[in-house]
Structures are given as C-alpha cells and as structure tokens.
Unconditional design. Structure first.
Length: 192
C-alpha cells in the first residue's frame, strides 16, 4: 500500500485524527499504568520491562501473566484506567500530526476518532490542550460478543459525511484497513 504524504487539503476536507500513537505518544505512560496496577493487584516475581516497539495492552497482559484469575485481570484493567492520570507527564505530542491539527482546526472540520476510552482520551487531550481543536470526538465503543467495531464507519455514519472528503491520520495498520473498508480512498490516508 502506498500512502499519500501530503494530500490536498481544501476547505471541504474533513480531517479524522487517531489519538494514541498518532497525535500523542502514550505508550510509556500506558506501560507505567499497567506496571503499577500489576504490582498492586498481584505479587509477582516476574519483572516486566518496557518495550518501545510494542504497546503493552490487554493481550500482552494475558501473554505475560497467563495464570491471572478473572478477578485479578479485571482489577488490573480497572486500576490501570484509574492511575493513568499519574503518568500523563510521560506522554508526548507527535509534532507532525499536531502541527497539521493546529493549522487546520481553524479552517476545517476536525474529528477525533479513537479506540481510547472517553475518560482517558479527554484527560490526555486536556493535558496537552488539544480538546478544543476538535469539532467532534468519537471514543471507543462498547464491544458486544468480542466483535471489533470499525471506529471510522461509526464516525462516518454518525456524521453522515462523504468518504471522499475525509483525510485520515492514523498509525495502526489494522485501523488503516478499517478506514479503507469504509471506502476512504488510500490517497486520503496518512500513516504516521
């Protein structure tokens, strides 16, 4: 796949921004939140180390700690969400995407489309003074039966906008594939 580096953004363009990894690097803060929660929830002998190439997530948690009980797992997830605010200083702006957001939020419709939970997303956006840069905010949708929800399809349907007017800023291949499935042209997708 070839992604356009500098799409033609005009006054009709609607800019869809992902948050984690695209606008803001939250990986280290996310890792620290998990690490603190794991240490609080269970007594561990295993030392977990930060890997800047892989985001620590629920799948990682189950892989590293396959013997977690359901209660331990749920406690870690809940505590991780609660203590993320303690680690906001370990998040950093991704200047290339933020510069585009700052430039075009004045003239164009800008939309946050993230799989991040609303509380954490707003906390992170507020910390970096970005919340008011968006006309619309779309957060993680509840997933029934473990089914994946296409965040781009949800935003497009809700806003009732033409896919040809959308320009996507995204860092994850799976999410780029979801954007393509909606009919957003590949030339309108910028991979960070």
């Amino acid at each position: 796949m070839k992604f356009n580096i500098h799409p033609k953004i005009d006054s009709e363009s609607i800019l869809f921004f992902d948050m984690d990894g695209t606008l803001i690097d939250t990986d280290y803060a996310n890792f620290l939140s998990y690490k603190n929660s794991i240490q609080t929830a269970i007594s561990i002998d295993k030392k977990i180390e930060y890997n800047s190439k892989v985001r620590f997530n629920r799948t990682s948690l189950k892989t590293v700690f396959p013997d977690l009980t359901t209660n331990e797992y749920e406690k870690i997830i809940q505590d991780k969400e609660k203590n993320f605010s303690k680690h906001l200083s370990h998040t950093t702006l991704k200047s290339a995407a933020v510069d585009i957001l700052n430039q075009y939020s004045i003239t164009n419709k800008t939309v946050l489309v993230t799989n991040c939970r609303e509380d954490r997303a707003l906390l992170t956006l507020d910390f970096h003074n970005l919340t008011n840069k968006f006309n619309n905010l779309f957060f993680r949708q509840s997933i029934k039966n473990g089914n994946h929800i296409n965040k781009y399809q949800h935003a497009i349907t809700t806003l009732n906008v033409s896919v040809n007017k959308i320009i996507v800023f995204e860092n994850e291949i799976r999410e780029i594939d979801d954007a393509l499935k909606t009919g957003i042209p590949i030339k309108n997708i910028i991979k960070f």
